[in-house]
Design a protein around this ligand. Structure first.
Ligand SMILES: NC(=O)c1ccc[n+]([C@@H]2O[C@H](COP(=O)([O-])OP(=O)(O)OC[C@H]3O[C@@H](n4cnc5c(N)ncnc54)[C@H](O)[C@@H]3O)[C@@H](O)[C@H]2O)c1
Length: 329
C-alpha cells in the first residue's frame, strides 16, 4: 500500500513493461505522467488515467519542465532500446539512446523534488555465470546492450550521491506474459523474445521456433534463462515505490524466479501446446550469454515477496491470450 499520493514520471510507459507498471500504479492514488517517444512503444498501451507526453528522454529541458510542473517526486525509468542482437550492430544508437538518455534524465532530476529513482536494468549485466547469480556478483557485461545498462546503473549511483535522491536498480531477468486485464501486453514483431515469439507462432499454420546456438556449455547445449511474468514485475515496482517512500534506502535487486529453463526445454513445452511446431537450430546470436538465472533471495527477504505467477506454462498461455486479442484489435 503506497501511503502517500505519489507523483510519478514513467519513461517508456507506452512500452511492454512500462504499461504494466503503469496499470498497477494507477490503482494507487498516484498521479502519473508517461513520457515516451513511441519509437518502440504503442499508443494502444498508454493508460488513459495518465498524462502522456510524446518526447525523447534526451530532451533534458522538456524533462525538467515536466518534473517541475507536475511536482514529480518519483521517476521510474524504463525507456531504452532493448535488443541484445541489435545493440551489437548499432552501438552508437544504443549509446545515445540508453546511456546519454539516462544521463539526460538524471540531469533533469538535479535540484528538483525527485527523491526516488527506479531503474529497469537487466540480468545481462552479469555476463556469463554458472548457477544462480546474486546481486553481490561483480557485473561483467558482454553485449553492448548490457554495457549500456551497466553504465546507466553507475550514472544513477553517482548522481544519487551527489544530488541526494535514493534509487532502486531492478535487474530483470527475462520478462514474459501479459496482464490478466486483457488490455495490455507485448506489441510488435519481436522475434528475438522467446515468449512473445511463441505467442506469435501459436497462430501460424506452420509454427516454427528458431533456436540460436546448440553448442553452449549447458545441459542440452541451448541457452538457459530465468523467465518472470510481467505482472510480478509490475508488482515489484509498486513495492519499490512504497519502499523508497518509507525507507529511503538505495538498493539493487534481482527480479527472477530462481529457475533456469533452456530454450530447448521451453520449445518442447510449447510443442506440447502446439504439436505441429517445427524446431530449427540456427547459429548463435552475437552477444548472447550461455546461462543466467536469478538468486532473488534479497528481494524475497526484504519484501517477504512470493511471486504470484511463477509457472512457465502460465506465462506462455497468458502471452497467447494477449496475442489472440491483439490479432483482433
Ligand atoms: N523485456 C525484458 O525481458 C527486459 C529484461 C531486462 C530489462 N528490460 C528493460 O526494461 C525496460 C522496458 O523494456 P520493454 O521490454 O518494455 O521494452 P519496450 O521496447 O516495449 O519499451 C521501451 C519503451 O521505451 C520507449 N523509448 C525508447 N527509447 C526512448 C527514448 N529515447 N525516449 C523516449 N522513449 C523511449 C519505447 O518507445 C518503448 O515504449 C527497458 O529499459 C529494458 O532494457 C527488459
Amino acid at each position: 500500500m503506497i501511503n502517500k499520493a505519489k507523483k510519478i514520471l514513467i519513461t517508456g510507459g507506452a512500452g511492454y513493461i512500462g504499461s504494466h507498471v503503469t496499470e498497477k500504479l494507477v490503482k494507487t492514488r498516484s498521479k502519473i505522467v508517461i513520457l515516451d517517444n513511441l519509437i518502440r512503444g504503442n499508443k494502444k498501451l498508454i493508460n488513459k488515467k495518465t498524462k502522456f507526453v510524446k518526447a525523447n528522454i534526451n530532451n533534458t529541458k522538456l524533462l525538467k519542465k515536466i518534473i517541475f510542473k507536475n511536482k514529480i517526486d518519483t521517476v521510474i525509468h524504463l525507456a531504452s532500446l532493448a535488443s541484445v542482437a541489435e545493440s551489437q550492430k548499432f552501438k552508437k544508437r544504443y549509446f545515445l539512446n540508453n546511456i546519454k538518455g539516462t544521463l539526460s534524465i538524471l540531469n533533469a532530476c538535479k535540484n528538483s523534488g525527485v527523491r526516488s529513482f527506479i531503474y529497469s536494468s537487466s540480468c545481462s549485466v552479469y555476463g556469463n555465470v554458472k548457477g544462480k547469480v546474486s546481486e553481490k556478483r561483480k557485473p561483467n557485461p558482454k553485449s553492448y546492450y548490457a554495457i549500456t545498462k551497466y553504465k546507466s546503473e553507475n550514472l544513477i549511483k553517482k548522481f544519487s550521491k551527489r544530488y541526494r535522491f535514493k534509487y532502486i536498480i531492478l535487474r530483470y531477468f527475462n520478462v514474459g506474459g501479459a496482464s490478466n486485464s486483457g488490455k495490455i501486453g507485448e506489441v510488435g514483431n519481436k522475434n528475438d523474445r522467446l515468449i512473445k515469439n511463441l505467442a506469435i507462432q501459436y497462430f501460424k499454420d506452420k509454427p516454427k521456433i528458431n533456436i540460436h546456438g546448440s553448442n553452449y556449455k549447458t545441459k542440452d547445449g541451448t541457452c538457459i534463462r530465468d523467465y518472470i511474468h510481467v505482472s510480478d514485475i509490475a508488482d515489484i515496482h509498486k513495492k519499490c515505490v512504497d519502499y523508497l517512500s518509507k525507507n529511503l534506502k538505495s538498493n539493487i535487486f534481482n527480479c527472477g524466479y530462481e529457475k533456469g529453463y533452456s530454450v530447448l526445454e521451453i520449445s518442447k513445452i510449447f510443442k506440447k501446446i502446439k504439436q505441429n511446431t517445427i524446431i530449427n537450430f540456427k547459429n548463435r546470436r552475437p552477444g548472447d550469454v550461455s546461462q543466467v538465472y536469478a538468486d532473488s533471495s534479497k528481494f524475497k527477504k526484504i519484501f517477504k515477496w512470493k511471486p504470484k505467477n511463477n509457472d512457465i506454462k502460465k506465462i506462455i498461455y497468458s502471452a497467447i491470450r494477449w496475442e489472440r486479442k491483439l490479432n483482433h484489435l
